[in-house]
Ligand binder design. Structure first.
Ligand SMILES: NC(=O)c1ccc[n+]([C@@H]2O[C@H](COP(=O)([O-])OP(=O)(O)OC[C@H]3O[C@@H](n4cnc5c(N)ncnc54)[C@H](OP(=O)(O)O)[C@@H]3O)[C@@H](O)[C@H]2O)c1
Length: 267
């Protein structure tokens, strides 16, 4: 009888390579570390090559090769193509995992956003799609499976609470809610179309994980009132969910949205 893979084997990413966009950011850094800690080679994407290289060199080393940094702006189609060229040249091998985590922010809410800014924000999804399609093509050409993970958000599923932001800061952006809702639906669509190519597509949706260096204690306190677990999330609390989706442990999971929100959307 054929022996079944162990849990360690299922989560092990030895010999795999992942591209993580926005890996210099609050959550992206933790996601890149998670992959490296599971023995995955990581290609760090940043709009600034120096930053990408610096983040790549800070990751835990893996036995199968070095990490690398590439300059990548997902709002620019040429930059996406050139980043993938750079990545393939640097790692001299296939890319098995894509984490579409980067985000060009939108600081305006429904009261003050203008038409062009709203449209521009939706282009984040065009970038996620263009990257995903290129990684799919790359994997199909190499005859290998791939896992694509789009970082969604609970704000792609539910509205925010107006009073959480009232008289403190701008509300969560309506353009962001539209964007991330679209991301989740794009995941379902691509998962259905690409399953026959052994390309899995899933979303990882964080709840409230505000950057504690940037967000006021008062806002954090207000957000915490909406979390059944009673606190905001720490970036490392996304690591396990990411590895499930990235690795063979999640080999039968596609088209799903894994929500890590301390229970926010359960209420
Ligand atoms: N933090 C939360 O509470 C939370 C909750 C739910 C979902 N999320 C999602 O989690 C992801 C990461 O959020 P975060 O809080 O870690 O944000 P963050 O700290 O602002 O990091 C976002 C990163 O995206 C990169 N980026 C910006 N514009 C880009 C572009 N045009 N192309 C490629 N990369 C670009 C930036 O890297 P460079 O400047 O190096 O290019 C930046 O480091 C986002 O998709 C966000 O929607 C966050």
């Amino acid at each position: 009888m054929q022996s079944e893979p162990t849990v360690r084997q299922l989560f092990d990413l030895t010999g795999r390579t992942a591209l993580v966009t926005g890996a210099s950011g609050w959550l992206g850094r933790a996601l890149a570390f998670a992959l490296a800690e599971a023995e995955c080679r990581v290609i760090v994407g940043s709009r600034d090559l120096e930053v990408a290289t610096q983040v790549a060199s800070s990751l835990p080393t893996v036995a199968s090769g070095s990490h690398a940094g590439v300059s990548l702006d997902h709002m620019d189609e040429d930059s996406i193509a050139s980043a993938l060229d750079q990545a393939v040249r640097l790692i001299q091998g296939p890319i098995d995992i894509l984490v579409n985590n980067g985000l060009e922010l939108c600081g305006q809410d429904w009261t003050n956003i203008d038409f062009d800014s709203f449209v521009r924000h939706q282009a984040n999804n065009a970038g996620y799609f263009a990257l995903a399609r290129q990684i799919r093509q790359h994997a199909v050409t190499a005859g290998r499976p791939a896992s694509i993970i789009m970082v969604g958000s609970m704000y792609g599923m539910v509205a925010s609470y107006p009073e959480a932001y009232q008289d403190l800061t701008t509300a969560s952006s309506v353009a962001y809610h539209a964007l991330k809702g679209g991301t989740l639906q794009m995941v379902r669509h691509l998962a259905a179309y690409w399953a026959k190519d052994s390309i899995r597509v899933n979303a990882l949706s964080p709840g409230a994980f505000p950057n504690t260096n940037q967000v006021s204690a008062e806002l954090i306190g207000r957000l915490e009132q909406h979390v059944p677990l009673g606190r905001i999330g720490c970036p490392h609390e996304l690591k396990g969910a990411l590895l499930l989706l990235a690795s063979d442990a999640g080999g039968y999971i596609t088209g799903q949205n894994l929500v890590v929100d301390g229970g926010w959307t359960a209420w």
